[in-house]
Design a protein around this ligand. Structure first.
Ligand code: GDP
Ligand code: PGA
Ligand code: MN
Ligand code: MN
Length: 587
């Protein structure tokens, strides 16, 4: 049954039904009863596999097509009227041309299938900052994931107005050559086809909350960012919040669920997770920045997640979770992935569904980009502010990436403008989260390269312009957990131990510690990072905090060639910041 009489909504759905020709249309009301019936149906068709319900209650495994296991940036388009508005870092096509192309692909694509209508809300339902959309999909997997990741169903329906975000997804025949993830920011339309992989087709996430929302944020004076939000409670009981932008599979979920080292816990430190992937950030009436997490679940990287690296994430996945492309342990019908523990299952199916055992393994059991979709409410450290419609006030913004060399463990920018520069020059080694060569270094400004829904130079200008409205701007930092030694091993222990760096960052925000000024910004005096209880020497730390002038001179060349593509649109402030850096690096 239709859940609304809103003509704008119904007319649009009618058009999509005429186009895709499903056998039936079902509205998702969000009730547990309806979702449970869909789980049963998906298990019957093999779309889902029910896991051991005693050990993993409410948990299921899904395998996506082996050609469809990561976001496809080369197939992702921003279609606005003028190519200039999409900028040099986005794929672009004329909207008319793209609509025509897509209409041919969607034509009759749901014949014999069911179309599900998912009304959903990004943010807290009813809050002044929430945004609403509908995703039409022929995938039960998408319905069940959206029900975890967003506030979906009946409760979103009364808020659907003229501005709602219109999304259409069809699995079609999963042809990688005809796979499209398309945003039409001028029409508030999202269309994805020929994929069933989460990051491509859970439209609330990257398509809406980043690509479309970054456009809305620019128009309305706020920021939609690829950021985690973490609350840090000190021994006095005060909670300070930081946000962090790292590219996909570079440590957001881990930092967002950080458990302080034992010594810190003894002293009364505690961390709270507000968000692990996306932050919508506005200027509050008090002149500070306030961040909300528009999502309701975590779509996290499975491999590497274990009881030591991220016990909170592991605990979060023990009920009501959908696993995608992990291995199936046949002995007890549970899941496994690399580094979950030291005991790979003797009898397993790998992420493709083929027999796998540690002795005969040709490759990993779980896909490197295998994922869990888990409800935020499962997380042992979920913040009491998680559902606060106003969000949380931000003391620090952290940028970071995966760099074997060059970037030190942490440094602080001189001011907002320099901080925007530091974000704009972010670089990181590519991961399995998107197609392409893993390990290749690329510039990924603010971790938004694949997600900024408009011209990157305009986006930087928007960041720069925000300064006018922020009476109390957060301090901006850069971190790198991933420096390696000559054997290629990570030097810094990372994970929970990152608390030591976070502590320094907070001290800087509240003027509680000094720093040394370098060519690239403020670096810690090595004695100011707490090393108690870890096996890192002062010397090693000094190495992690060194600035290699030769490498940084090379870095500035890289920045020049990256910036070159933006021509005259590059904000003058960033040009000046680069010149300043070059000056300081001169002998
Ligand atoms: P996200 O995709 O940005 O949320 O990244 P995740 O937090 O899921 O981490 C991606 C991968 O990086 C996982 O395999 C983690 O185990 C690994 N990782 C996360 N934080 C650290 C860290 O501090 N040090 C090291 N060496 N690896 C990390
Ligand atoms: P991630 O989220 O940032 O946690 O990897 C998914 C993605 O960015 O593709
Ligand atoms: Mn992400
Ligand atoms: Mn994550």
């Amino acid at each position: 049954m239709e859940l609304t009489k809103n003509r704008a909504v119904l007319d649009w759905i009618d058009q999509q039904v005429k186009l895709t020709q499903p056998d039936q249309v079902i509205w998702i009301d969000g009730s547990e009863q309806q979702l449970e019936a869909l789980r049963k149906e998906a298990c019957a068709t093999g779309e889902l596999h029910e896991l051991n319900q005693e050990k993993l209650p409410g948990c299921y495994l899904h395998r996506s097509d082996p050609s469809d296991v990561a976001r496809v940036e080369s197939r992702t388009f921003i279609c606005c009227k003028k190519q200039e508005d999409a900028g040099p870092t986005n794929n672009w096509m004329d909207p008319e041309e793209m609509y025509a192309k897509l209409h041919r692909l969607y034509d009759g694509s749901m014949k014999g299938r069911t179309m599900y209508v998912i009304p959903y809300c990004m943010g807290v339902v009813g809050s002044p900052f929430a945004k609403y959309g509908i995703e039409l999909t022929d995938s039960i997997y998408v319905v069940l994931n959206m029900a975890i990741m967003t506030r979906a169903g009946q409760k979103a329906v009364p808020y659907l107005d003229e501005q709602f975000i219109k999304g259409l997804h069809a699995r079609a025949n999963l042809d990688p050559e005809e796979r499209y993830i398309v945003q039409f920011p001028e029409d508030n339309v999202i269309m994805s086809i020929n994929s069933g992989y989460g990051g491509n087709v859970l439209q609330g996430k990257k398509c809406f909350a980043l690509r479309i929302a970054s456009n809305l944020g620019r128009q309305e004076g706020w920021l939609a960012e690829h950021m985690l939000i973490l609350g840090i409670q000190n021994p006095q009981g005060e909670v300070r919040y930081i946000t962090g932008a790292f590219p996909s599979a570079c440590g957001k979920t881990n930092l967002a669920m950080l458990i302080p080292p034992e010594g810190y816990q003894k002293n009364g430190w505690k961390c709270w997770c507000v968000g692990d992937d996306i932050a919508w950030i506005r200027v509050g009436e008090d002149g500070r920045l306030w961040a909300v997490n528009p999502e309701k679940g975590f779509f996290g990287v499975a491999p590497g997640t274990n009881a030591k690296s991220n016990p909170n994430a592991l605990a979060t996945t023990q009920k009501g979770t959908i696993f995608t492309n992990v291995a199936l342990n046949l002995d007890d019908n549970t899941v496994w992935w690399e580094k979950l523990d030291k005991h790979p299952p003797e009898h397993a199916l790998d992420w493709r569904g083929n027999p796998w055992s540690p002795e005969t393994a040709q490759g990993p059991a779980a896909h490197p980009n295998s994922r869990f979709t888990a409800p935020a409410e499962n997380c042992p450290c979920i913040s009491p502010e998680f559902n606060n419609p106003h969000g949380v006030p931000i003391s620090a913004i952290i940028f970071g990436g995966r760099r074997a060399k060059t970037a030190p463990l942490v440094y602080q920018s001189r001011n907002w403008r320099h901080g925007v520069f530091v974000g704009s020059i972010m670089a990181s080694e590519k991961t399995a989260a998107a197609e392409g060569t893993v390990g290749e270094t690329r510039r990924d400004p603010m971790a938004m390269l694949p997600f900024c829904g408009y011209h990157m130079a305009d986006y930087w200008q928007h960041w720069l312009d925000m300064e006018r409205d922020i009476a109390h701007p957060p301090k901006i930092f850069n971190v790198n957990w991933f420096r390696t030694d000559e054997k290629g091993e990570f030097i810094w222990p990372g994970f929970g131990e990152n608390m030591r760096v976070v502590e320094w960052i907070l001290k800087r925000c509240f003027d509680e510690v000094g720093a040394r000024e370098t060519e690239i910004g403020y670096l810690p005096n090595p004695e100011d990072i707490n090393l108690e209880g870890i096996d890192v020497s002062r010397e090693t730390l000094a190495g992690l905090l060194s600035v290699d002038r030769d490498l940084w001179r090379k870095e500035t060349e890289g920045i020049h060639s990256f910036y070159a593509q933006f021509g005259d649109k590059l904000p003058q402030a960033l040009r000046e910041e680069l010149a300043g850096l070059e000056d300081r690096l001169k002998d």
